[in-house]
Design a protein around this ligand. Structure first.
Ligand SMILES: N[C@@H](CCC(=O)N[C@@H](CS)C(=O)NCC(=O)O)C(=O)O
Length: 218
């Protein structure tokens, strides 16, 4: 079977989610970096737009299919390669795991992604970018912290890593980048500390990616 191909950018949190899922499930893949900075953004090239008309990473080519959107990609991996699982067996807990993943994917991340921040900088001033991104990450984490009070064990949902953790881990990078006060979120901070000890999270870390600049490498 052909190795999956992942179009990825080292610092992209959505790509990072897929890298974690692939590593967690022990799947080898070829990494094809798409720089969101070089050449005015390689995601806008005609070649890449043919793969993802939305001009975003990640994109995974697997089993002859071209898949985009990190969470559906992870759901596909889960359906076709169920072990080790990234969703709990219990339907309510499955919904809770997806709920947390969606809170990151549909609420927190889109409002602070590079396109949105570019426009905020252009329309409101470069100095407003950090504040804008920080506000949305803080809002997302404030809600999430409350939810996790009820669902968390060692990880977001009990003691096993799920899709919720896969989404949460990379978002911390952006929270730190935009100077969000993480002391307000002790449960999230504790879970992330735990996650970063796991081999799948280490392998997926930006500092270990082939397109990571020399000075930021692990
Ligand atoms: N919901 C999408 C989000 C993808 C996304 O926002 N990708 C960002 C990097 S994290 C991107 O490619 N940005 C480039 C751009 O918007 O031009 C997913 O989960 O795959």
């Amino acid at each position: 079977m052909a190795r999956p191909i992942l179009y990825t950018y080292f610092r992209s949190s959505a790509s990072w989610r897929v890298r974690v899922a692939l590593a967690y499930k022990g799947l080898e893949y070829e990494s094809r970096p798409i720089s969101l900075i070089k050449d005015g953004g390689q995601q806008k090239s005609a070649e890449y737009t043919a793969l993802n008309p939305l001009q975003q990473v990640p994109c995974l080519i697997i089993d002859g299919a071209t898949l985009t959107q990190s969470l559906p990609i992870i759901e596909y991996l889960e359906e076709t390669r169920p072990n080790p699982p990234l969703l709990p067996k219990d339907p309510v807990l499955r919904a809770k795991a997806r709920q947390t993943a969606e809170t990151i994917n549909a609420f927190t991340q889109p409002l602070s992604n590079s396109t949105v921040l570019g426009l905020v900088g252009e329309w409101c001033g470069e100095d407003k970018k950090e504040k804008w991104a920080g506000i949305w990450i803080d809002k997302g984490f404030t809600g999430l912290e409350k939810v996790l009070e009820k669902t968390a064990g060692k990880y977001c949902i009990g003691d096993e890593i799920t899709i919720a953790d896969v989404a949460l881990g990379p978002q911390i990078f952006n929270a730190n980048r935009f100077k969000v006060d993480m002391t307000k979120f002790p449960i999230i901070s504790r879970i992330v500390e735990e996650l970063y000890k796991h081999e799948a999270f280490k392998a997926a870390d930006p500092s270990r990616q082939p397109d990571c600049p020399e000075e930021l490498r692990a």
